[in-house]
Write a protein that binds this ligand. Structure first.
Ligand code: C2E
Ligand code: MG
Ligand code: MG
Length: 733
């Protein structure tokens, strides 16, 4: 586009005025005036040309400044004029301006007042004022791949002015915006969380697919009727009470759906218009919520917490949680009563009747204990059949009553599968702060009390007292001394003969353990020793010691006529559970060259009956080895006669308590007669134990029991007193 010429209008006007003035002066003063007449048309033409040039210059300046490509078509649709901007099929042709008076007017006004950038728009506006629109503005794709926005206006003279502006850059921006908007939308839809935009009134502005799915078929119209309930503490400064600092928790309740647990992050949202202008009138505040459905996560978390904190069987808190609560109570220097509970005979019931019964007993025990305390108190299962109760704020004075209440609550039989099972417990009680200000101290105190309660054959309550500590220390010393005695060979076997009343011969003997402790300076009775061995976990060692010593004695006695035909040993239930025991017996007998029928194994009756399945395999294996079995203390404990038939025993040892009732106690007599009938039916022998008087012996004999053991015959004695060592053995010793 050529630069338009600069016009000096005042000088031009002055020049024209001078020419006209000179002409008029000469015409007036000089004669003849008509001589100057021919000059007048030239002067007028000069003036008109100057004016025209000025208009053209104006026109060019406007066209140079406008970003529009302007073309004017004549009424006959020929291109009359264009401003020379590149365009397809356009020619450079300028029509006389006089034909477009309105345009001229517009341009003059524009040049006078407006900065160049706004001229085009203003020009279009003014053209509108004088013309009717031919059509709506439209956008066209140019041949170069750009875009133009075209606007057509009809001029009053019938011409059409076309204004086309290059909008390629805007269009590219728009396209890029649309593309990024599309990307953003795709991202929002893809997001694994629900995204929810709310306006200042809490109405839904936008909701992505995930949010719609969360609310069912469609997005809720707004927060108020969404069914959402904030469950975490509302933030008064956050939008709609949601915290913008941390995630809020909410619950979503919809009819016919499971309640959902939601975690919500909120961000305030301000409309772009408001953000740009800061104009409160344009204010459009709201918030954007990102909503995560944590229902499955919460469920899993709760499950884990349950597993970590609770006992899955009873639903009570577990040892760790209970201890933490106890520690917390003690740290707060609160009073409280701790009760440790042990279910009586639980292991035997579990082994005898199966795990299902055991589990049902534990669940019921937990439930009863729970019912026996106040709602704020704690009941936990510490493991196995051990429960614990923590009564907050309870004092020493009420401790015994509390434990007694629990004992009563527990001791009713339980109905499982139509049958009734006995249930009772032992209760050890300790009080804080009297018996301990630390968790370990208090638990230990309650445990010592529990030991006492258990020792009293269960279903009992024992309160901690300082003397228990001394007793526990004694027991610890006893355990230590027993371990040393076992290792040092301080333990002895004594033997007690068994007499056949018919033949008057000693047919057998029983080996009984004896311990004269040098360290303790006393003889420890077998009952105390056995408890100690069990506590020290040395029961298996003790039984193996007895087995080897007894086999040694049998080997030493050999076939000597004064020796008993067999020697019975007492074996604990723990050893009978040991699958290697039968093989060890066989090995010991073989090694010593002792026939298996000479060694008799006595099984504690009540224990064997309580856990028959547990010991059945060992008993069968022992029978295979060829060792005879005797059921010890028969009739004195929990056994019922029917159980005997299920045991592969060759002898019954009638309990001392039955013998003691003879001959006068009818009940003892009845048990004796029943036992004899059963034994005859099974073809097995009966030995009367604890026979102290001749009357007892006579009564037994009359009933058909002719083998007796007891002080009447002899007290347990050292083996060499029963069968003096053979001279050659003595010589060797
Ligand atoms: P048990 O097997 O029934 O042994 C018989 C018990 O009765 C023995 O008591 C014996 O000394 C006692 N006794 C025998 N005749 C009479 C009598 O006429 N009157 C009275 N009042 N008592 C009599 P001890 O030796 O104190 O043994 C007690 C229990 O300890 C035994 O009862 C047995 O169950 C267990 N025991 C003894 N030695 C061992 C052993 O080496 N290993 C195991 N595991 N247990 C043993
Ligand atoms: Mg015995
Ligand atoms: Mg016995």
């Amino acid at each position: 586009m050529p630069h338009p010429p600069r016009l000096n209008l005042p000088i031009l006007r002055l020049g024209i005025a001078l020419v006209v003035g000179v002409f008029l002066g000469l015409a007036w003063w000089s004669a003849p005036a008509w001589l100057f007449l021919p000059v007048l048309p030239f002067a007028l033409l000069g003036w008109w040309t100057c004016r025209l040039r000025r208009e053209v210059a104006l026109w060019r300046q406007v066209m140079a400044a406008t970003p529009y490509r302007v073309s004017i078509y004549a009424a006959d649709q020929r291109l009359a004029w264009h401003n020379g901007r590149p365009g397809q099929g356009w020619t450079r042709r300028v029509a006389p301006l006089g034909r477009h008076p309105h345009l001229v007017e517009v341009m003059q006004a524009l040049l006078a007042h407006l900065p160049p950038r706004e001229r085009a728009a203003e020009m279009a506006r003014r053209l509108d004022k004088h013309a009717h629109a031919v059509g709506e503005p439209f956008e066209v794709l140019t041949g170069e791949g750009g875009w133009e926005r075209v606007r057509q206006t009809r001029l009053p003279g019938g011409e059409v002015a076309v204004f086309a502006v290059d909008i390629s850059a805007v269009k590219r921006g728009e396209l890029a915006l649309a593309e990024s908007e599309g990307r953003l939308r795709a991202l929002l839809e893809m997001a694994p969380v629900g995204i929810w935009q709310l306006d200042g009134e809490g109405r839904t502005v936008f909701a992505n697919r995930r949010l719609v799915a969360l609310f069912g078929a469609e997005a809720p119209p707004g927060l108020a009727d969404s069914g959402l309930l904030l469950t975490s503490a509302p933030d008064p400064d956050g939008p709609f009470g949601f915290s913008t600092e941390m995630e809020s928790e909410a619950c979503l309740t919809l009819p016919g759906q499971v309640d959902r647990r939601l975690r919500i992050a909120a961000s305030p949202w301000v409309s772009a218009a408001h953000a740009a202008t800061g104009d409160p009138a344009a204010e459009l505040r709201g918030c954007i919520l990102s909503v995560l459905d944590v229902t499955p996560l919460k469920a899993a978390q709760e499950q884990i917490e349950q597993l970590v904190e609770r006992d899955p069987l009873t639903g009570l808190i577990n040892r760790g949680t209970f201890r933490a609560a106890l520690e917390e109570m003690l740290a707060a220097e609160r009073r409280g009563v701790l009760v440790l509970v042990d279910i009586d005979q639980f292991k035997a019931a579990n082994a005898r009747h199966g795990q299902a019964v055991g589990d049902a007993l534990l669940v019921e025990a937990g439930r009863r204990l729970r019912e026996g305390v106040r709602p704020g108190d704690l009941v936990g299962r510490l493991g196995g059949d051990e429960f614990a109760v923590l009564a907050f704020g309870a004092g020493h004075e009420g401790a015994a009553a509390l434990a007694e209440r629990l004992r009563q609550a527990l001791r009713r039989p339980v109905e499982i599968g139509g049958a009734e099972w006995p249930l009772s417990g032992s209760f050890g009680v300790a009080c804080a702060p009297e018996h301990g200000v630390e968790a370990d101290q208090l638990l230990r105190a309650a445990d010592l009390a529990l030991f006492e309660a258990r020792g009293a054959s269960g279903d009992a309550v024992a309160l901690f007292e300082p003397a228990l500590r001394a007793r526990a220390e004694q027991r610890a010393e006893l355990r230590e001394a027993f371990g040393e005695a076992l290792a040092a060979g301080e333990l002895e076997l004594h033997v007690q003969p068994q007499l056949d009343l018919e033949s008057g011969r000693m047919v057998g003997a029983e080996a009984l353990i004896r311990w004269d402790s040098a360290r303790l300076g006393r003889t420890v009775p077998p009952a105390e020793m056995l408890v100690t061995a069990a506590e020290a976990g040395l029961m298996l060692e003790l039984d193996r010691f007895v087995l080897n010593r007894a086999v040694g004695l049998l080997a030493a006695w050999g076939t000597r006529p004064e020796a008993p035909l067999n020697l019975g040993i007492n074996i604990s239930i723990a050893t009978l559970h040991d699958p290697t025991f039968a093989a060890e017996v066989a090995e010991a007998l073989t090694a010593a060259g002792v026939p298996p029928e000479q060694l008799e194994i006595e099984i504690p009756e009540d224990l064997a009956i309580r856990d028959l399945p547990g010991v059945a395999r060992t008993l069968a294996a022992l029978r295979e080895v060829g060792v005879p079995l005797a059921l010890d203390d028969f009739g004195g404990g929990h056994s019922g006669l029917p159980h005997v038939v299920r045991l592969p025993v060759q002898r019954l040892k009638l309990d001392r308590s039955i013998t003691a009732g003879l001959p006068d106690d009818p009940k003892s007599y009845a048990v004796l007669r029943a036992t004899m009938a059963l034994a005859r039916g099974m073809g097995i022998e009966v030995i009367g134990e604890g026979v102290e008087t001749e009357e007892q012996a006579l009564a037994l004999r009359r009933a058909g029991c002719h083998i007796i053991q007891g002080w009447l015959v002899a007290r347990p004695m050292p083996p060499e007193a029963l069968v003096p060592p053979a001279p050659k053995l003595l010589a060797r010793a």
